[in-house]
Ligand binder design. Structure first.
Ligand SMILES: Nc1ncnc2c1ncn2[C@@H]1O[C@H](COP(=O)(O)OP(=O)(O)OP(=O)(O)O)[C@@H](O)[C@H]1O
Length: 253
């Protein structure tokens, strides 16, 4: 599997607190790689360094063979390394389709044509419709974004990310705050998106992680304790002891 995203000894401190401790990851094309770890382990901080929101103190981030460590968030996004829920904001008064179309237009740097008849750009509309179909929102195309329920809103955010046509998706807790039914729908959605996109998923929902991930990295106090397949993670004694706990490990088995 060709490497798409690689970090080399990425390190971040907040004062005396070492939040990212020489993290080296190598994620292959089409892989769904999950990061798990207890609260405060440094998962969000790590994603922030990958997206470019946060500069590392030392170490580097490589995307498609290029050192992107010094690039800001929008330039990484332009290269196809995109963090969902962060790049775009939802316009409440606009329809689901208009929001996704705007995202498609914006990613092509035509943002200021927004006030011209937005749906005139056939290509952007096609991309938007495809993204909304992939995220299961086709039946809500003309609903105002402000009228969406919580789960649908997260689906729209994901559709807007897909409309930007990323190659790599950074997903930070996409199931957070969702009902069981909504999480199940997102798991099914990510199953469909898998392979088409390379995905790094930070998620507390272990059922979702074990159902989706090709490989899982366990982060503890900013350090990667172990990287392996879901089976290897389930059977790793240190991981069971430190993070999963016997009970959850049983549930995941
Ligand atoms: N801007 C900051 N300044 C100081 N400390 C910070 C800052 N951001 C995060 N931290 C600390 O860094 C550590 C890692 O935080 P982070 O949010 O990355 O963990 P996490 O694994 O995503 O946690 P959770 O699972 O609860 O979302 C925590 O101890 C947190 O308090």
């Amino acid at each position: 599997m060709a490497s798409v995203l690689r970090t080399d000894a990425l390190t971040k401190r907040y004062g005396a607190l070492l939040v990212t401790d020489a993290v080296s990851l190598d994620i292959g094309e089409g892989e769904l790689h999950a990061i798990i770890g207890p609260n405060g382990a440094g998962k969000t901080t790590l994603i922030n360094q990958l997206s470019g929101e946060l500069a590392a103190d030392s170490g580097s981030v490589w995307f498609k063979g290029r050192d992107v460590s010094a690039l800001p968030i929008h330039e990484r996004a332009r290269l196809g390394l995109l963090r969902s829920y962060q790049i775009t904001s939802i316009f409440e008064d606009f329809s689901v389709l208009e929001n996704a179309t705007f995202s498609a237009l914006a990613s092509r740097q035509h943002a200021f044509k927004f006030w011209a008849p937005m749906l005139a750009s056939k290509e952007s509309r096609r991309v938007a419709e495809e993204s909304l179909e992939a995220t299961g929102l086709t039946h809500r195309l003309h609903a105002a974004a402000g009228d969406l329920g919580y789960g649908e809103r997260r689906q729209l955010e994901l559709a807007m990310s897909l409309s930007a046509q990323p190659q790599f998706l950074l997903l930070d807790e996409p199931m957070a705050g969702m009902s069981v039914q909504e999480s199940t729908a997102v798991v099914a959605l990510l199953q469909r998106l898998k392979r088409r996109y390379t995905i790094l998923l930070v998620e507390h929902d272990m059922d979702a992680v074990f159902a989706l991930a090709d490989r899982i990295s366990v982060l503890v106090y900013g350090k990667i304790l172990f990287t392996g397949t879901p089976d290897e993670i389930r059977n790793h004694p240190e991981v069971r002891a430190v993070y999963l706990g016997e009970e959850e490990a049983e549930a995941a088995a």
